[in-house]
Design a protein around this ligand. Structure first.
Ligand code: NIG
Ligand code: FE
Length: 412
């Protein structure tokens, strides 16, 4: 693969504090060399008097020791470049439409987790081809908005064959596949939640585990109790999956503490937290993933990111893109909400949407731009990442590289 040198980067976010200023490891007037899909070198742009990085390697070989052809040089024209977004929480394999539910909510109706069942019905009726086409469309939509790593959950099948096909389809587009058979109790198991948990932890897990990396459960009064959630997670862990949890979205509960107890990589939503929840998170290696698209789309109070950050909790931001509670796939939109509504600085929000997402997926190869990381980069049509919050709703993603390949470029 040809090497690429991106130069004239006005502001480069590396997320490596040893490379540059602050938590984001910021470098001004920078350049970055991409080789074989990875970051091969980061430093000062040729001809700049930038501090903080070595000068650019001589064209071609020096950076890597190989006798490769000179890199293709591409100017970022003074723009800001950041790591690709890591969206660690989505539900992108589904059929049907719930726009009427959204409309009713905007007219004053409350969000109900039971709406999930209407998507289950539509998903069961959809063909593999229809689900696949829609899923691929979402992946394109994500890339165009700068998301280069995405986690995708099942959870709208809720039968053995349907959950199996959702995780199988998700695995076609990402390595970060989550089995969420315990999303809600399906209609045919109404009043028999424990029998449904038997199905999830038995034949459904056996069918889905080979396609998945993660096990998840919706631990909430309207979905599964903490005891049921513990059964689901421990069965998943025993089958070789890693745990993540939906909890404390609609009200307070013990889901966060269960996630910490089981060393889950992430507990997601975290809207209603007690002081004990925050303290438990702060002492754990469980990431709190906040999903502000949900509060925006359900008119709920936003989670208090400031409280979590001040306590020392690692915070990630994700879209939760799904047809019910948050039908946005835009990480820039989530960053704008986090800054305007949740007390995060733009730097904290960008970190949480990149390195934080990587931590929530226990990944060290994405979310930063240190040497050896995957060359997943976003060039913003802006001089600073602050613009992601300052110019909400504006398409600021100019170019996107995934694994070193330019996958999105400006329209002519
Ligand atoms: O993350 N909380 C549970 N699941 C989704 C909602 C899905 C739906 O309403 O369809 C969520 O918000
Ligand atoms: Fe979710």
């Amino acid at each position: 693969m040809t090497a690429t040198m991106i130069t004239d980067i006005g502001l480069l976010v590396t997320n490596d504090p040893t490379l540059g200023a602050g938590q984001l490891g910021e470098l001004r007037d920078a350049a970055i060399l991409i080789e074989d899909g990875r970051v091969a070198w980061v430093g000062a742009a040729a001809g700049s008097d930038a501090v903080g990085g070595a000068s650019a390697p001589a064209a071609g070989a020096e950076a890597t020791g190989s006798a490769a052809a000179p890199p293709q040089v591409l100017s970022a024209g003074g723009d800001c470049v950041i790591p690709g977004f890591v969206d660690s929480h989505t539900h992108l394999v589904f059929g049907g439409d719930r726009s009427a539910e959204f409309e009713a909510r905007m007219a004053g109706q409350a969000y109900e987790a039971g709406g999930i069942r209407s998507t289950v019905e539509a998903t069961r009726q959809a063909t593999d081809a229809a689900l696949r086409a829609r899923l691929r469309g979402f992946i394109d939509e994500l890339l165009a908005q700068g998301t280069t790593t995405v986690e995708v959950k099942s959870g709208y099948g809720l039968s053995v064959p349907d959950e199996e096909r959702l995780v199988r389809l998700a695995a076609e587009v990402t390595d970060e596949v989550t089995f969420l058979g315990a999303h809600v109790v399906p209609a045919e198991y109404r009043g028999r939640a424990d029998a449904y948990v038997d199905l999830v932890t038995g034949p459904m897990l056996a069918a889905c585990a080979p396609h998945a990396r993660w096990i998840d459960v919706f631990c909430e009064t309207e979905a599964f109790s903490v005891e049921q959630a513990r059964r689901v997670l421990t069965a998943g862990i025993a089958a070789g999956l890693l745990a993540r949890v939906h909890a404390n979205q609609l009200g307070p509960g013990d889901g966060v503490r269960l996630a910490v107890e089981l060393s889950a990589a992430s507990v997601d939503h975290c809207t209603f937290l007690s002081d004990d929840d925050v303290a438990a998170l702060a002492e754990s290696d469980t990431v709190a993933t906040l999903l502000p698209g949900v509060e925006f789309s359900t008119r709920q109070p936003y989670p208090d990111a400031r409280r979590l950050l001040d306590a020392g909790v690692t915070v990630a931001l994700a879209s939760d893109c799904n047809p019910g509670s948050s039908f946005t796939s835009s990480m820039p939109f989530c960053i704008a909400l986090a800054v305007s509504e949740m007390g995060m600085t733009a730097a904290e929000a960008v970190w949480s949407a990149t390195a934080g997402g990587a931590a929530a997926l226990r990944r060290t190869d994405v979310g930063s731009l240190r040497v050896g990381a995957r060359a997943d980069l976003v060039q913003l049509a802006a001089p600073s990442y602050n613009y992601l919050a300052y110019r909400p709703g504006v398409p600021l993603v100019r170019r996107v590289w995934k694994d070193g390949e330019l996958v999105r470029q400006p329209l002519p």
